[in-house]
Design a protein around this ligand. Structure first.
Ligand SMILES: Cc1ncc(COP(=O)(O)O)c(C=O)c1O
Length: 352
């Protein structure tokens, strides 16, 4: 009799024979006690290995959780089975949370569009995130957090969910500048309509399929073009172009996610105009033809902060090499991220 959960060392033909086997072949294990189940959950998380998720938070249990095996989300939470949830991130660097306030503002705007009322006021959400990051002792990585309609039942309406839920996790990860360029493709996966693209909700299936399509074609990721033929964004990044007369152009944000990093870049880039390296900085509607004539192209996002793009649909951008203005913009953002107390407005300290 086979156990019903396929193990990683099972061969495809074994899996196929399982699919065609009779239901009597399968003996489903019944966990006889909570301690047996907890033991099983702990098998995945060896205490010797560095913890990829050093701290988590759940409003359902009301506290910070240091044991990843114990971080669970109820299956009747509407974020799990209906996608009724929103999320956001912030980068952790050298004891600071970069642009936490801008991300929190967008988080609450997303929640309002998704008609989710936070279980806590903004100041409490912020305090939980700062305390969580402190408890994690993580110096470099990302902080991700979700607001959900909450647990209650399996219906569509959240009216049977007594309380919305707040979850968060610290992810220990390397955050560094990107000096190498990547290739991109135009996505054939339909992009989200403006209502859903402008809120950061948990329905990222189009984004996932769009990245998978790019990977299938040997590219890093993709570019979405909207119904009117204007450049939109990447699957979890914004995109920017530099024209041959040195204009920095970002697609306008009315139908896409308002990227915190892209917005910050728009504030910082005028420094390159003052230095005479860029001619101007603007947001605009940009056609594919105009965009493909650019001399430089880049992705922009919290964890990058800038990723040079050197080819699009197999066609080189400019001379097909990483652009020097792209790297100058990358340096501007990077210095802003590591500036710590010098940019107190943006960097929230969590380690004293
Ligand atoms: C669809 C989409 N566009 C753009 C971005 C870039 O936003 P940010 O700079 O705030 O990370 C993200 C990432 O959150 C995203 O998911």
């Amino acid at each position: 009799m086979a156990n019903c959960s396929p193990s990683s060392d099972q061969k495809p033909d074994e899996m196929a024979s399982m699919e065609h086997g009779s239901e009597n072949d399968v003996k489903v294990h019944v966990f006889s006690s909570s301690s047996e189940l907890i033991g099983k959950l702990h098998e995945k998380w060896s205490p010797e290995q560095k913890k990829p998720y050093p701290a988590m938070y759940s409003s359902v249990v009301g506290g910070i959780i240091l044991d990843p095996a114990m971080m669970v989300i109820p299956i009747d939470d509407h974020m799990v089975h209906r996608g009724h949830g929103v999320f956001d991130t912030a980068v952790i660097l050298d004891g600071y949370l970069y642009e936490l306030d801008a991300h929190l503002d967008r988080f609450l705007r997303s929640a309002s569009k998704a008609r989710i009322t936070s279980p806590f006021p903004r100041s409490t959400l912020r305090s939980i995130l700062v305390q969580l990051t402190m408890a994690s002792q993580c110096k470099e990585g990302t902080l991700r957090y979700w607001l959900s309609a909450g647990p209650g039942n399996f219906l569509l309406s959240p009216s049977g969910c007594p309380k919305s839920a707040f979850y968060a996790v610290v992810i220990d990860d390397v955050v560094s500048q990107h000096n190498d360029g990547v290739k991109v493709i135009t996505s054939t996966i339909p992009m989200k309509s403006p209502l859903f693209a402008t809120m950061k909700n948990v329905n990222y299936l189009p984004n996932v399929l769009s990245v998978m399509e790019a990977e299938d074609k040997g590219a890093f990721a993709s570019i979405w073009v909207d119904e009117e033929g204007f450049i939109a964004e990447g699957p979890n990044v914004n995109v920017a172009f530099i024209t041959d007369d040195k204009e920095l152009i970002l697609p306008s944000f009315d139908k896409i996610l308002s990227g915190c990093t892209a917005k910050r870049l728009l504030e910082l880039a005028p420094k390159l105009v003052e230095q005479g390296r860029l001619k101007s900085v603007k947001t605009a509607d940009l056609t594919v033809e105009e965009a493909k004539r650019s001399t430089e192209m880049m992705y922009i996002g919290s964890t990058l902060p800038i990723l040079p793009i050197i080819a699009w649909d197999e066609q080189p951008i400019g001379d097909g090499k990483v652009g020097y203005l792209t790297m100058a913009l990358s340096d501007l953002l990077w210095h802003d991220m590591v500036a710590g107390p010098d940019t107190q407005r943006l960097c929230v300290p969590y380690i004293n």
